[in-house]
Design a protein around this ligand. Structure first.
Ligand code: UDP
Length: 248
């Protein structure tokens, strides 16, 4: 195949956001080794396309701040516990990417933790990406009352990412939960305003607004389909893309 016939990656630098719960697989808590290996392989396929890669992993499989707060823990403390959970996940993902697919990674935490990982320093993060390292942003935004979705939009804006990839349980954004409503319709394309006005469950509103202000498209796809991450970056396979303008 000649070079002109080979579609190059549409994106130079992207950020993948996955919830902590996605790492659990069928387990009740923690990590499913099989899911972690799949994630590492999917990241390796994207890295091999020459795309610079950032990751933000949630913490819902370890601690969810709102659940602890409902059980009586003071809200900010509960959220700090949640952020520490995301550091545990970042270290798990770092370990599997380096051991299983051999790509150098750096974990950068919004809450400095000198003995465990690097502190988040924007210019250093950019340098790591330029050197081909996968950068895993841990501890969310470093602030209570936020989520890792907002952290994903914030870091994507700071890193100048071309897209935020949101890996979910289903293969895009639907009009209703497709697991409960067989008539639910999947959208190929939505605008940021559609998502906000219809309160579609994609990412929280502050994350959508931040992505909108920075004009970063959000691409929603299934984390369960092996290889889907690389496919959607080539514009293939089922996914929903969210942008400012309605596509013709
Ligand atoms: N969290 C926070 N500030 C942030 C990001 C996360 O306080 O900037 C806390 C919050 O308590 C949240 C928990 O960390 O419940 C885990 O993050 P999240 O719920 O976003 O994880 P996910 O649902 O993606 O697994």
């Amino acid at each position: 195949m000649n070079e002109a016939a080979t579609p190059g990656p549409r994106f130079r630098r992207v950020l993948l956001k996955m919830s902590g719960e996605a790492l659990m697989g069928d387990r009740e808590f923690g990590h499913d080794r099989r899911v972690l290996r799949q994630l590492a392989e999917d990241c390796a396929a994207v890295h091999a396309m020459g795309v610079q890669l950032c990751l933000v992993i949630g913490g819902g499989n370890i601690v969810r701040g709102s659940t602890l707060a409902a059980a009586g823990v003071e809200r900010s403390t509960a959220d700090y516990m949640g952020m520490l959970g995301t550091v545990i996940n970042a270290l798990a993902v770092q370990s599997v990417i380096e051991q299983h697919v051999g790509i150098p990674t750096r974990v950068m935490s919004a809450i400095p933790m000198a003995a465990v990982c690097e502190p988040y320093i924007r210019r250093r993060a950019v340098r790591h990406l330029e050197k081909g390292r996968i950068v895993i942003f841990a501890a969310g935004t470093g602030n209570p009352y936020f989520t890792t979705d907002t952290a994903a939009a914030l870091r994507a804006a700071e890193m100048g990412c071309d897209a935020i990839l949101k890996g979910t349980q289903v293969d895009g954004v639907y009009s209703a939960d497709p697991k409960r409503d067989p008539a639910a319709e999947r959208y190929d394309h939505l605008t940021y305003l559609d998502v906000l006005a219809r309160d579609l469950k994609v990412m929280d509103a502050s994350a959508i607004s931040l992505a909108r202000e920075s004009s970063i498209p959000i691409i929603v796809f299934s984390v369960h389909a092996p290889g889907a991450f690389a496919r959607v970056l080539r514009g293939e396979g089922p996914h929903t893309i969210i942008t400012e303008e309605a596509l013709a």
